[in-house]
Design a protein. Structure first.
Length: 478
């Protein structure tokens, strides 16, 4: 029958009739395994971080001494980051002490079986822990054996550190810190609570206890044995006496003076209570008035003013030289006459002149005394020169007219030619004497819608032709 091995320590159990003459060797190895498991101490160097799927391993080999079986294992080296470390095999139960002594302050992530963050134990650099591996196969769990540990009696420690989030609960007892029990004279982090009424006694001369980033709850007094003991650098005795002399809710605030850019206090003009209502007549004179308080403690300023009740009647008086506005309660005012550059009252002379001007009348630049008839109705104004009704007036035979020309025909068989390229509104005037054969040449434009010249066959007549602006109609006879 072949040998078998114990589950936890891997001790070889020799089968019946096996290993004749070799029992001594196998038994000695088994004793070494037991010795290693009970009191073995080993340092294991970890060179790399590994991974959750391919971690560094501590082994419990069957029938042979191995690093993972030692009772105390110190992890050394500098893995360069949090190192994954697995205990094999996953069905071996183990209790032992493991310390993280990594030189680069990396954490050790210790697990058994298949990695699961909820089943591992993370050991910070510089710390050690008694760990229990439950050997539950792929789902094995690693826990701190001293978690929630109870110590009955006195626990004497050269240094106690409460990690972040931890609590040191004295549970109604007394915590006494002596010279040889204070490491660095500090309590750093965590919460210290539930001290007995006897308080904390430093039991030493000149020893300072520093609490850093900690919440400390006291159920009793803090006993400071030194007469000059201080809290946060303040003398307890002197500052305590000062506090006793200060009323509750007292303050030492000085109100600054008000400025143009900052709020502050102002000094009132008088401490006398102002009893006269702010809108009543006051006998105070001058232009500067001080601030006073009324009976309600409100700041008021009394400015003298005149309050005359009733109404003022206005009137007007006028004579040949002036207009006066009269007042029943104040001074009268004179209104000057209007000028070409300033507003004022209208005088009687200006009113007479205005009444003599007809509605819609316009001003003339001169007086027309006579108009003398000339050739072609061209007349003249004696005082301002000639008034020409046409651009030119001509008498004679055949000719070509331009806009606003007047032509008097004095002989037979004459042709009066209309303007070339006329514009809308162009006008010509033709007067015929005794002739009955005067021809009006159309010069390329229609006359009364006809593309032919016109003959004036009546003597002693005058005609006006106006160009319509329409090429079809052409010149129209007016």
């Amino acid at each position: 029958m072949p040998s078998t091995y114990t589950t936890n320590l891997g001790i070889e159990k020799i089968g019946t009739g096996e290993q004749a003459g070799s029992w001594g060797t196998t038994t000695n190895i088994n004793f070494d395994i037991i010795d290693q498991a009970v009191n073995g101490v080993v340092a294991v160097s970890i060179a790399g971080t590994g991974t959750s799927g391919s971690p560094n391993t501590l082994t419990n080999d069957d029938g042979a001494v191995s690093d993972g079986r030692n009772f105390s294992i110190e992890l050394t080296g500098s893995p360069g980051g949090s190192a994954y470390i697995r205990l094999d095999p996953n069905d071996a139960e183990k209790i032992g002490y493991i310390k993280n002594s990594f030189g680069d302050s990396s954490s050790a992530i210790i697990f058994q079986g298949t990695y699961n963050a909820s089943n591992d134990y993370v050991l910070a650099a510089g710390y050690g822990a008694f760990l229990k591996f439950d050997g539950a196969g792929a789902s094995a769990v690693v826990t701190n054996l001293l978690q929630n540990h109870v110590v009955d009696g006195t626990l004497l420690a050269s240094g106690v550190t409460v990690d972040t989030g931890g609590t040191l609960d004295i549970s109604g007892g007394t915590l006494t810190l002596a010279n040889d029990q204070i490491s660095g004279n500090s309590i750093d982090g965590g919460t210290i609570s539930n001290f007995a009424s006897t308080g904390i006694d430093d039991n030493a001369t000149g020893v300072e206890i520093t609490v850093t980033d900690a919440s400390v709850t006291f159920g009793g007094n803090i006993v400071l044995s030194e007469a000059l003991a201080t809290v946060d650098g303040r003398d307890v005795s002197v500052d305590g006496a000062k506090l006793d002399g200060i009323d509750n809710n007292a303050n030492n605030y000085t109100l600054p003076a008000a400025t143009s850019t900052a709020l502050g206090g102002v000094e009132i003009f008088s401490d006398t209570v102002q009893t006269v209502a702010a809108n009543s007549v006051t006998s105070t004179s001058g232009k500067t008035y001080g601030i006073q308080l009324n009976s309600d403690g409100q700041a008021v300023v009394n400015v003298p003013w005149s309050d005359t009740t009733g109404s003022t009647d206005l009137g007007a008086t006028a004579d040949g030289t002036s207009l006066t506005i009269t007042s029943s309660t104040g001074s009268d005012a004179s209104v000057p006459a209007a000028t070409t550059s300033a507003w004022g009252a209208m005088t009687d002379e200006d009113k007479t002149k205005l009444d003599g001007i007809a509605t819609g009348a316009t001003a003339n630049t001169g007086t027309v005394t006579s108009v003398s008839g000339g050739t072609g109705l061209s007349g003249s104004v004696t005082t301002s020169g000639n008034i020409d009704l046409y651009s030119s007036v001509d008498t004679g035979g055949s000719t070509t007219l331009s806009d606003e020309q007047f032509r008097t025909v004095t002989s037979a068989t004459q042709t009066i030619t209309l303007p070339a390229s006329p514009a809308a509104g162009d006008t010509v005037y033709i007067s015929v004497g005794s002739a009955t054969d005067t021809v009006v040449g159309r010069n390329g434009s229609n006359i009364s819608g006809l593309a032919e010249d016109m003959t004036i066959d009546v003597a002693n007549v005058g005609i006006t032709l106006v160009y319509s602006g329409d090429a079809t109609q052409g010149w129209r006879l007016m």
